[in-house]
Ligand binder design. Structure first.
Ligand code: ZN
Length: 480
């Protein structure tokens, strides 16, 4: 009895255990419908073309037992209208165990087809680019937008004529026509490149250019140049080189030229009690006597020379050989001429440099403006002194004014007053400031004062020096 009861009990336990295991397996397996898509989840469809849904299928699937062979019924909803561009959604639905299961896909209907351009051709038509190309005609068609001929744009390039058109969806087409050229569109080549950097100078020489078409025709003679470089004014200039044909098509190359300043050394303050004697407007009949006086005391001075009395030019050579400094003053000393323009000023300046070169064997690197940089005699050319003072320094020259006036330019004609003016002027300078004295060796009474000035200076511990580019320039304020 006990045994039988025990047997029965074991059987029930076994069945219960089996059911439990089965239930556990079903729970772990978690069977549910699973969708398989044919094709990508997002599909691309071409506007205006038929679209066929590749569809999906669904099977029951679980973790343990995997997919079943039997397919579940699937219902599709949603439409795709390929005549209108847009994003369409297709939904796929199936049913299992009182529940709906859904998956979706997007179909992107777009116009991705570019228009087509057809070029017409005339028989035996030969083209000279200089005369211009006579359009032979074309047609443009788009599968969605229809006739786009009116929207075609054509452009001459080095390779030929490029026709382009786009449809409303942004698909574009480019077609190249190579007409039967005898003379083709040229290319302009700039010798030295399209960017030049030069130092300020009196002249700018264009390194040149060349125009050739792809058939090898030399068309350089047709190039027109525009733009201008002011070689002594720092800055960036644009030069254009172009050929324009009979129908107004232009081939153009551009060169930028940057004029940079020359290096100019900085000012070095001389030792205290320094006097720079400077003499303008010579050489003249009295210059020789002045040189004798300077020699006698072994004093060095500076001569800003002119060409007003050419027979005394050899005095420039003598002064240079004696160790004095020669600077440009002016060739003509004609204010109305030299201050008419910068070109006129530099023409006069270079003429005087040539005189100096012949007398000394070299050009000078200093100058004094006629009337000084603060002159008002140039006011008929507004702004010219501002420009010239910049430009001469860009060219590498230092210009000098003065801080001690002798008065020999008109205030006095007496030697004793010249001596007095210079001594008082020097003594009136701030402590330690070097004196740059203005005299004219074209004036005898002024030259007669020099010996006394030197004697006074030497007795009072002064040193006389000639100017160079590092000397204090004693610049006055430009007032133009
Ligand atoms: Zn002068």
């Amino acid at each position: 009895m006990v045994r039988q009861f025990g047997k029965q009990n074991t059987l029930i336990s076994l069945i219960c255990g089996l059911i439990l295991v089965l239930a556990l397996l079903v729970a772990i397996d978690a069977r549910h419908p699973h969708f398989y898509m044919n094709g990508e989840q997002t599909l691309q469809a071409e506007q205006g073309q038929p679209f066929e849904d590749p569809g999906v299928y669904a099977v029951l699937s679980g973790r343990i037992f995997g997919d079943s062979d039997r397919r579940l019924p699937v219902e599709t909803s949603g439409t795709v209208d390929t005549s209108i561009a847009g994003d369409y959604v297709l939904s796929y639905r199936t049913h299992f165990f009182f529940r709906d299961y859904v998956c979706r896909r997007t179909v992107e209907v777009r116009d991705r087809t570019a228009p087509v351009i057809v070029l017409f051709q005339r028989e035996n038509y030969q083209v000279n680019w200089l005369d211009g190309y006579d359009e032979e005609g074309y047609r443009a068609e788009d599968n969605i937008d229809g006739d786009l001929t009116a929207q075609v744009r054509s452009e001459e390039t080095a390779d030929g004529i490029v026709y382009t058109v786009s449809d409303r969806a942004g698909n574009s087409t480019a077609v190249l026509r190579r007409p039967n050229y005898t003379v083709a569109r040229p290319e302009i080549y700039l010798t030295g490149g399209s960017e030049l950097y030069v130092k300020a100078d009196f002249n700018f020489g264009d390194p040149g250019y060349l125009a050739v078409d792809r058939l090898g025709n030399d068309m350089t003679a047709y190039v027109l140049c525009d733009g201008k470089v002011i070689p002594y004014r720092t800055g960036t200039y644009e030069l254009g080189y172009s050929i324009t044909n009979a129908v107004g098509q232009t081939v153009r190359a551009v060169r930028t030229v940057t004029v940079e300043p020359q290096q100019i050394p900085g000012t070095i303050e001389p030792e205290e009690k320094t006097i720079y004697l400077t003499f303008d407007d010579g050489p003249g009949p009295d210059t020789e006597r002045l040189l004798d006086v300077l020699d006698k005391y072994d004093v060095k001075a500076t001569f800003f020379v002119t060409a007003s009395q050419p027979r005394y030019f050899p005095m420039i050579a003598r002064a240079f050989e004696a160790g004095h400094k020669i600077g440009v003053h002016t060739y003509s000393h004609d204010y109305n001429r030299i201050y008419e323009s910068e070109e006129a000023f530099f023409e006069d300046f270079l003429r005087m440099q040539d005189v100096i070169l012949r007398q000394t064997g070299s050009y000078t690197d200093i100058l004094r403006f006629p009337g000084g940089s603060s002159n008002t005699v140039s006011s008929f050319s507004p702004g010219i002194m501002t420009r010239l003072t910049d430009e001469v320094r860009s060219l590498g020259y230092q210009y000098f004014d003065w801080n001690v006036l002798s008065g020999d330019a008109g205030e006095t004609t007496h030697t004793s007053e010249v001596v007095q003016n210079v001594i008082e002027g020097i003594e009136g300078l701030p402590e330690g400031k070097a004196a740059v004295v203005l005299q004219h060796d074209s004036k005898r009474f002024s030259i007669d004062a020099v010996e006394k000035i030197i004697q006074w200076g030497l007795e009072n511990g002064y040193t006389f020096r000639s100017l160079d580019r590092t000397s204090p320039p004693a610049h006055l304020a430009v007032v133009n």
